[in-house]
Design a protein around this ligand. Structure first.
Ligand SMILES: NC(=O)c1ccc[n+]([C@@H]2O[C@H](COP(=O)([O-])OP(=O)(O)OC[C@H]3O[C@@H](n4cnc5c(N)ncnc54)[C@H](OP(=O)(O)O)[C@@H]3O)[C@@H](O)[C@H]2O)c1
Length: 338
């Protein structure tokens, strides 16, 4: 019998892309079910040439399901996904709820696919800003060991979900018409502005998003000595996150070496020709599955320092693509195990 897959949160910003990717990448599932909240139950999702009805997620939704890919708010994941595991399914979760649980592997297939082996039912996909950072750091860490990272993010509106993405466009229209700008999804007006707060404020003046980047990077590399200091900023860009990254490595890395390593690294697209005006930008990166790297240069303030710029589609590699890649690895094992 073929696999039964459930897509939880199939109507969300990430969930919709997951559905497209499952079809485009010919995911090896015989049956696929689509789940969301009561709000969207009864709506339809196009998949493999047919319209499928979205079901309401309930505690009984997982009967007969082998594999779940889930993309919901944290509290929904915490409430329902343990029930999926109890019902016998393996779960790949996009939310932050289980990421730092020591029994849950936190996986980026280009970086630590081996961690999947340790799963006890749930595998977590990291935060979008973390994913693009670790994919870019991996070739440097493998060859020169990354000791310290300073990173500033430029995060798109879609990173906060489909309602937030719509709010940016609504705000832009309101501002251009001279009307009062309404902010519900973001803490302030985002259109024609920058907001140096992604998530909520937590320890020592850092936001939840900044702490995720710092802690998740250490967990993915299985190295608590890598120091990361992040400043996360929401910018009025529709889709694709950018990051300015400063890395200190154990041994000095030349620009030439870094270029070669990035060029060969899985999941990385080197796009770095400043004379031709070529560097990654959200508009060109949106809709792609790679982490684009450019503006590579030596950090003149530290002999072991390197600076670069990277951009990735937060809904794809930062979320849906990463989760589907993990699910493909799990599905292969499930099929092999018969
Ligand atoms: N956006 C990104 O770039 C990104 C990147 C990495 C990780 N993530 C994480 O992925 C998750 C989803 O993010 P998103 O941006 O896709 O958010 P979103 O656009 O708001 O979508 C949320 C999804 O969850 C469903 N949902 C909400 N409450 C539910 C409930 N009580 N029961 C069942 N389903 C429920 C929604 O269904 P309805 O349509 O019925 O409301 C919708 O399908 C979040 O945990 C987020 O942190 C997002």
């Amino acid at each position: 019998m073929g696999l039964t897959l459930a897509v939880v949160g199939a109507t969300g910003a990430v969930g919709r892309i997951m559905v497209q990717l499952l079809e485009q990448r010919a995911f090896p599932a015989e049956r696929v079910r689509f789940l969301a909240s009561r709000r969207s139950a009864g709506s339809t999702v196009a998949f493999r040439g047919e319209q499928h009805v979205v079901e309401e997620l309930t505690p009984d939704s997982f009967h007969g399901v082998d594999l779940v890919v889930s993309s919901t708010p944290d509290e929904v994941a915490g409430q329902y996904l343990p029930l999926a595991v109890k019902a016998g399914a393996v779960v790949v979760d996009e939310s932050a709820y289980f990421r730092m649980d020591p029994s849950v592997p936190l996986v980026v297939p280009e970086v630590n696919p081996q961690a999947i082996e340790r799963h006890q039912g749930i595998i977590a996909s990291p935060n979008c800003s973390t994913i693009q950072l670790v994919v870019a750091l991996k070739p440097l860490h493998d060859r020169a060991r990354v000791k310290r990272v300073l990173v500033a993010t430029y995060q798109a509106a879609s990173g906060a979900g489909k309602r937030a993405a719509e709010e940016l466009f609504a705000q832009a229209h309101q501002a251009l018409r001279g009307e009062a700008v309404r902010a519900e999804e973001f803490p302030h007006q985002l259109a024609f502005n920058l907001i140096p707060q992604v998530g909520s404020f937590r320890d020592a003046g850092f936001t939840s998003e900044e702490l995720k980047m710092m802690r998740e990077t250490q967990k993915i590399f299985d190295d608590p000595t890598i120091q990361v200091c992040a400043t996360c900023v929401r910018v009025p860009v529709a889709n694709a996150h950018a990051e300015a990254v400063f890395v200190e490595t154990e041994r000095p890395v030349s620009v030439g070496e870094a270029r070669q390593w990035f060029e060969r690294a899985p999941g990385v697209r080197l796009f770095d020709d400043v004379e031709a005006g070529q560097y990654p930008m959200p508009i060109q990166v949106s809709g792609t599955d790679e982490v684009w790297v450019g503006r590579i240069r030596k950090d003149p303030t530290h002999p072991h320092g390197l600076a670069f710029w990277c951009v990735a589609d937060n809904l794809r590699k930062g979320a849906a693509t990463n989760a589907v890649q993990i699910a493909e690895l799990v599905a292969r094992k499930l099929v092999q195990a018969g």
